[in-house]
Write a protein that binds this ligand. Structure first.
Ligand SMILES: Cc1ncc(COP(=O)(O)O)c(C=O)c1O
Length: 391
């Protein structure tokens, strides 16, 4: 029976690689899963008041369809959070979604037609390219200096064409942990304005920052057309509950999009209502669980980056945010990064993701690992990687 060409082309390296890990496990080998960026699978949990808010909502009978745009109280609270980051918005500027993933699909399907081009940071979180391609568009990767955390503005300039409709930013970035500073964000906004592009900024890791202060796109955007994607899966430890949002700033260039995109929210009816109450509590309640989580994973980052850089043949810039390390494989004797990752899995049981899964142009010759497991697990996984590289 017929299957569309566009769906056959969809890839998601982070989860696709798990099939290979299952085979290794079936042979009796223990696998260290360093592939999925889900803190809740590594012992971090939403705090009790947030869990209780979910249970209470269910018990109070909040089990019906919510409005398509989401609970007003929640949107109010989200607006307050975004205001503190410099994005000047109100509840009406927000659409609650089933995770950033759904928000991203709504945004891309609302702005991309056949042949349109979308600029993505190289390397990028894979669904950005998948959704662009699914809608007939072409993802174009731009260079980012991973050591200095700066976008290559000249490279962006060269890659903009009459077909370019948007530039996507992911800060802090998955898979590199790069965080753009205020100056870089200003340069990006300027170049987007000069070329009439939407600025789509994914800030899902906005509070998972280790060394410097986070600067949101809202702080520098003025009246440029900015769409912020954010959610509760990472900072708020609610990955399995599937909740996020789209926030639009007040640029008049967004008027037509804001008239049309919410139709997609209405078509899919609504997001999970009890979870919206839990998300509300996660914003209103005590925030110390976030500080504890971040200081815990900072220790894990420090260990992993130190150990990786001690291995001859690997080099790893210091991630400034999120929970991923993205080492470069120098003189790869395995030919490709995919082969490196597969052999590492088969011989040592350490599951990572090949860098080319995050964009071939800038991701190749790297691999990504998640530093969410315990210090003991990470230390032992680093020893296995070291033995593997030295073999
Ligand atoms: C940059 C980025 N955006 C979005 C997501 C997915 O977010 P959600 O769980 O809200 O769909 C991830 C998950 O890894 C991510 O790294």
């Amino acid at each position: 029976m017929k299957v569309s060409k566009k769906v056959v082309g969809v890839e998601y390296a982070i989860r696709d690689i798990v099939l290979a890990a299952r085979k290794v496990q079936q042979k009796g080998m223990k696998v260290d899963y360093l592939n999925i960026g889900d803190p809740v699978q590594f012992g971090f949990q939403p705090p009790n008041n947030v869990k209780q808010a979910l249970i209470d909502a269910i018990n109070k009978g909040e089990n019906y369809y919510s409005t398509s745009e989401g609970l007003e109280e929640l949107r109010d609270e989200i607006a307050k959070k975004e205001n503190t980051k410099g994005l000047s918005i109100e509840a009406d500027d927000i659409l609650v979604t089933n995770g950033v993933s759904e928000g991203l699909e709504m945004v891309i399907s609302s702005i991309v037609d056949e042949g349109d081009e979308v600029l993505l940071p190289g390397p990028y979180y894979p669904p950005y390219a998948s959704y662009v391609k699914l809608h007939g568009g072409i993802p174009i990767e731009f260079a980012v200096d991973l050591e200095n955390s700066t976008p290559d503005i000249e490279d962006i300039r060269k890659k903009i064409s009459s077909k370019t409709v948007a530039i996507c930013l992911i800060s802090p970035n998955n898979p590199t942990g790069v965080v753009f500073n205020e100056n870089s964000l200003r340069e990006l906004v300027n170049i987007a304005n000069q070329n009439n592009l939407y600025i789509i900024c994914d800030e899902i890791y906005d509070q998972i920052i280790f060394d410097e202060k986070f600067v949101g796109i809202g702080k520098v955007a003025d009246d440029s057309p900015v769409i912020v994607l954010n959610g509760f899966s990472k900072v708020h430890l609610m990955s399995g509950w599937r909740i996020g949002y789209i926030a639009f700033n007040h640029s008049s260039k967004l008027d037509e999009l804001r008239e049309n995109l919410p139709k997609l929210a209405r078509v899919r009816i609504a997001t999970n209502l009890p979870v919206q109450y839990a998300a509300l509590e996660s914003l209103r309640g005590p925030q110390d669980y976030i500080t504890k989580f971040v200081s815990e994973i900072k220790k894990r980052r420090d260990l992993v980056v130190k150990r990786l850089n001690e291995i001859p043949g690997l080099s790893c810039p210091n991630p400034k945010g999120a929970f991923y390390a993205f080492p470069k494989i120098e003189n790869n004797r395995f030919g490709s990064d995919k082969e490196f990752v597969t052999k590492l899995l088969e011989s040592k049981g350490v599951l990572t993701v090949h860098g080319s899964g995050f964009g071939k142009q800038y991701g190749s010759d790297h691999f990504r690992l998640v530093y969410l497991p315990s210090l003991e697990t990470l230390d032992s996984a680093m020893t296995k990687i070291e033995e593997f590289v030295n073999q």
